[in-house]
Design a protein around this ligand. Structure first.
Ligand code: AMP
Ligand code: ZN
Length: 454
């Protein structure tokens, strides 16, 4: 049974998709500066869910947005458009900013071997759909116009605050409203009217303007996935503003619940605080590479904590992830040519334990422990094959080691092993010489051998 923690019901629930294909939405990056490894934790989390669904035999139709307009410097609709701030900072157009940072983002996620959604959609590619969405909400009486823009009226939606936002606290704590026309401090912008000098703006029924941030996710979800979305993912920072607002927009337009599982990832921390651009305490993937680590070391680091727990980043902990990964790979390569046999019952038990771990709300630390136990078995190709199956989830690269040994050397090693089994030691030594001449060494192990390049 596949179970995920659903932030909507605040408990672990059995996951069963509505239809044959799982519809999944993931909040994507705001492409206004370098993505950091905290962001990458969010996309490793998405990868973890996608691979787990596939491992369970499901097909996925997944979408991720790219926020290239409309995300203000505060999530609660205050400040300037983040893209504009970056464009002023770097003396480039917002389009150039978006292109530059989208490319870096894509390079990072690819180097982490993240299984990407089927559709990756920039907000600026769906402006007409956004306008139609906002118009729909206005026609249904959920939105009102002020001199600043079109706002969602949260008092019209009884379900506001389902993910835990305390709407009244916001009201009590709000400063004297900047925008006196807003009916409630938690009402949020769907469409923002643009002053003439604003660089990015589009014509709309309400004059020239640009979309609010939350509306892009509801619109892209509707356009690509329809009105029933099985899973929606994002970091916990998006839970009580961005996602409350997405629920309000989507459910009010459709007249029913649209997203059924909300899954949230806890923060990557640094020195006990959230890693974030605004705190100026970020590391990028490139920083890790510059310090001698590989993206895969960080991928393995992700597996070492449950996604629902904060994970503290230090170079020491990354170092220990790297060492574990190296040991893991060495052990796997030793099994590849191992001669022992793993019984069918054992294979079944390990497979089941691994499946139980991932299906229990993506318990990767337990899944890794199952792998570690399996690797302690006598050296056997059966172990290797099982790990390769589990690697559909782990997504680690075992190819490099395997590929770097030419077939000729592998064949010689196998012949030498057979000769040894037949106690034909003279022949075995002769073949060893041939292998050495080709630049490789054979190390005999208890249950097999390993081939190492000299
Ligand atoms: P942003 O580009 O700021 O919209 O963030 C992209 C994704 O990264 C969102 O899902 C955020 O929730 C997530 N995120 C941002 N900071 C962190 C962090 N320190 N740890 C984990 N996820 C984060
Ligand atoms: Zn979103």
């Amino acid at each position: 049974m596949l179970r995920f923690f659903n932030s909507l019901t605040r408990r672990k629930e059995e996951f069963v998709p509505h239809d044959k294909v799982v519809k999944m939405y993931s909040c994507g990056p705001t492409v206004y500066s370098y993505p950091h490894i905290g962001n990458m934790r969010a996309y490793l989390f998405m990868d973890n869910i996608r691979r787990t669904l596939k491992y369970n035999g499901y097909k996925i139709d997944g979408v991720m947005n790219i926020t290239d307009v409309g995300h203000l410097t505060s999530d609660a609709d205050e400040g300037e458009d983040k893209m504009l701030v970056a464009s002023q900072r770097e003396h480039k157009s917002p389009w150039e900013i978006a292109k530059f940072y989208t490319e870096i983002f894509m390079k990072d996620v690819k180097s982490l071997n993240i299984d990407l959604p089927e559709h990756i959609v920039p907000a600026t590619s769906v402006i007409d759909d956004i306008i139609a969405f906002v118009k729909g909400l206005q026609d249904k009486g959920y939105a009102y116009e002020t001199s600043k823009g079109i706002y969602f009226d949260i008092s019209k939606f009884g379900g506001y605050g389902q993910l835990g936002m305390d709407v009244n606290a916001k009201k009590a704590g709000a400063r004297v409203e900047v925008d006196g026309e807003k009916r409630h401090p938690a009402d949020f912008a769907l469409w923002i009217k643009a002053p003439k000098e604003h660089i990015m703006q589009w014509s709309s029924p309400w004059g020239m303007g640009y979309p609010g941030w939350h509306i892009e996710c509801s619109t892209i979800g509707k356009k690509y996935l329809g009105d029933y979305i099985d899973i929606h993912t994002g970091g916990v920072d998006h839970k009580t503003i961005h996602h409350e607002n997405e629920i309000a927009q989507s459910d009010c337009l459709e007249g029913h619940k649209v997203v059924h599982f909300w899954m949230h990832l806890e923060f990557l921390q640094i020195d006990g605080g959230k890693m974030s651009k605004s705190q100026n305490n970020i590391f990028t993937l490139q920083d890790l590479v510059n310090n001698g680590f590989s993206p895969e070391d960080f991928r393995y680091f992700y597996f070492m904590a449950h996604y629902s727990k904060q994970q503290n980043f230090t170079y020491d902990s990354l170092m220990s992830a790297r060492n574990s990964l190296r040991n893991f790979k060495t052990a796997v390569s030793e099994h590849r040519l191992g001669k022992a046999v793993l019984s069918d019952e054992s294979k079944e038990k390990y497979s089941q334990d691994f499946l139980n771990a991932i299906n229990d709300d993506l318990n990767m630390p337990v899944a890794l422990a199952v792998c570690q136990k399996l690797l302690k078995e006598p050296k056997s190709k059966d172990v290797y094959d099982l790990i390769m199956k589990f690697n559909e989830i782990l997504g680690l690269d075992f190819e490099i080691q395997a590929l770097s040994i030419p077939d000729e050397v592998k064949a010689l090693a196998e012949r030498r092993w057979q000769a040894k089994q037949n106690k034909n030691y003279a022949e075995a030594d002769k073949i060893r010489g041939e292998i050495t001449a080709l630049g490789y060494t054979i190390n005999d192990k208890k249950d097999g051998y390993e081939i190492v390049k000299n």
